[in-house]
Ligand binder design. Structure first.
Ligand code: ATP
Ligand code: MG
Length: 500
């Protein structure tokens, strides 16, 4: 299968075979062509050349309806749900003929039971966290009983526990029901734990095919990136112990960010942040560990002006900042890389240059040619510095691969030269090469004096990067330690609510 977009060969004569009863991994860096290949299978992208055979017979797949009639279904990298509708309504969306509310609701219930994907069919999608929205997408796909299920990075929005649940049900789908799953991902551990075989793509071509039991993480990473990469392995962890960074001013100077007894209530009245107090120093990377849903997101939302406090104070460089006023957090020098970049980080309809300027309105106000040129130049610089794969500053955001859209957000927030950078799950959805790059960027920003609040559910990420670690549980800090005092076990216990 081949597909070009202008000068880019997204897929260049790609051969792939997916067998009955297997989970087939498709691994590759950001922009390797994985999503394009899958979209050709589902009829969303028209191939330039190539052929598709289902059960040995050549088929023409012109649109997702044709794909569905051949038993092929896909759960997309980015959601296509209608927020104003309920779960069952979304599942029914696209059905032809008369809608039977009870019929669809029953089907949702059956599928939930069968695959262990619990959900309330009457919940509004707008009220659901991302993990549950993912579940709706999956149920919607499963309801059409596809023989071939395509998952494009399904776990980039799931917690580790949710991912385990999903993979357990996929195992059942292939082993008990003899169906096939194509799983796109760039998480090496996922590939090793979940798949039967792996096809690896780089720059639009297949570079390797492996039987999963015959490879290890290092082999996969090398094949994927085309060079040896740093992996976050146990060995790597113990090395980073010895090269711990020395933080400038070690707490003697004024903190760049302070939370004093901050309280946030949800609409029902219960506390989401409960008397939360902590401070972040100049050039410090403060890791906030915790099981997702324990208030991390509320902190990021609060500092983005999306939520209101019901008590306490937030200080930047020693002055109280009322972050509930639009723009005041940004004016005070707080930059936020949001967790759900697709929802709150970018505008798909705008160009890469426009998205890069979103948090710098001065670059947007067009006072004639000079500003336009300045903007073009700044965008081109950022595209180069952050290795964003796109056709140029004028490329519409929707033409970028998922990982590259994410780099645009990172580039923009780091380029704003903030005092405080809140990075929520900053490496989620990035490939190993990009993770390596991202962690270097964060270290560099800290080195230049930016205080970094690293919110992450990946313990490895926290242990690798943070100078100091806070553990949050139910909106409260349950423990604090320096990097050298931290162990996985200790953090794990605190994450579960133990107080040391
Ligand atoms: N509609 C489009 N118009 C122009 N270029 C496109 C379009 N769709 C994809 N591309 C380009 O094709 C290349 C492959 O993109 P694709 O989305 O298939 O990558 P991917 O492997 O899924 O990456 P990621 O892991 O970041 O999601 C990228 O360079 C991307 O910018
Ligand atoms: Mg993709």
């Amino acid at each position: 299968m081949s597909k070009r977009f202008g000068a880019v060969a997204a897929c260049d004569a790609v051969d792939i075979e997916i067998h009955r009863g297997e989970i087939h991994g498709i691994l590759g860096e950001n922009g390797a062509g994985k999503s394009t290949l899958m979209k050709m299978l589902i009829g969303l992208v028209v191939p330039d050349s190539g052929s598709i055979l289902v059960d040995g017979a050549s088929v023409r797949i012109t649109d997702p309806v044709a794909a569905a009639s051949l038993g092929i279904g896909m759960v997309h990298q980015h959601f296509s749900l209608v927020e104003a509708l309920t779960v069952w309504e979304n599942v029914a969306l696209g059905d032809t003929g008369r809608l039977s509310r009870s019929g669809v609701r029953d089907a949702v219930g059956d599928l939930s039971d069968r695959y262990g994907l619990r959900i309330d069919p009457d919940a509004l999608v707008a009220d659901l966290p991302v993990g549950l929205r993912q579940r709706v997408e999956i149920l919607k796909c499963l309801r059409r009983e596809p023989e071939i299920l395509i998952f494009d990075e399904p776990t980039s929005v799931l917690t580790p526990e949710e991912s385990d649940d999903l993979f357990r049900s996929l195992r059942g789908v292939v082993e008990q029901e003899g169906r096939s799953v194509a799983l796109v991902s760039h998480k090496l551990t996922e590939m090793l734990d979940v798949t039967d075989r792996v096809t690896i793509m780089r720059n639009g071509s297949v570079v390797e095919r492996f039987v999963t039991t015959e490879v290890d993480a290092g082999m996969l990473a090398t094949a994927m990136v085309g060079r040896d990469v740093r992996l976050r392995s146990a060995q790597e962890m113990s090395q980073s112990d010895t090269r711990e960074r020395v933080v400038a001013d070690g707490g003697g100077s004024l903190p760049v960010l302070e939370f004093r007894n901050v309280e946030v209530r949800e609409s029902g009245g219960s506390l989401e942040l409960d008397d939360l107090t902590f401070s972040l120093g100049t050039g410090e990377i403060l890791g906030m560990a915790g099981v997702e849903g324990n208030g991390q997101r509320v902190i990021a939302d609060l500092l983005s002006g999306l939520r209101n406090r019901s008590g306490g104070e937030i200080l930047v460089n020693g002055s109280v900042v009322d972050v509930s006023q639009p723009g005041s957090a940004m004016d005070a020098g707080i930059a936020v890389i949001p967790e759900d970049r697709h929802d709150s980080g970018i505008v798909l309809e705008m160009t890469v240059a426009e998205n890069l300027m979103l948090s710098d309105p001065s670059g947007m106000s067009s006072h004639g040619v000079i500003d336009g040129l300045r903007r073009e130049k700044m965008a081109a610089d950022l595209i180069e510095r952050f290795a964003i794969m796109c056709t140029g500053p004028d490329a519409p955001m929707w033409t970028l691969s998922g990982g590259n859209q994410q780099r645009v957000v990172l580039a923009r927030e780091i380029a704003a030269e903030p005092t405080v950078l809140v990075a929520a799950q900053p490496t989620r959805g990035l490939d190993v090469g990009a993770i390596e790059y991202m962690t270097d960027q964060l270290r560099q920003a800290a080195g230049s004096g930016v205080g970094i609040l690293l919110i992450s559910s990946e313990l490895d990420e926290i242990l690798e990067l943070a100078d100091r670690i806070l553990v949050i549980y139910r909106g409260q800090v349950t423990g604090e330690m320096t990097r050298s005092e931290a162990t996985r076990e200790k953090i794990g216990r605190l994450m579960g609510g133990d107080i040391l």
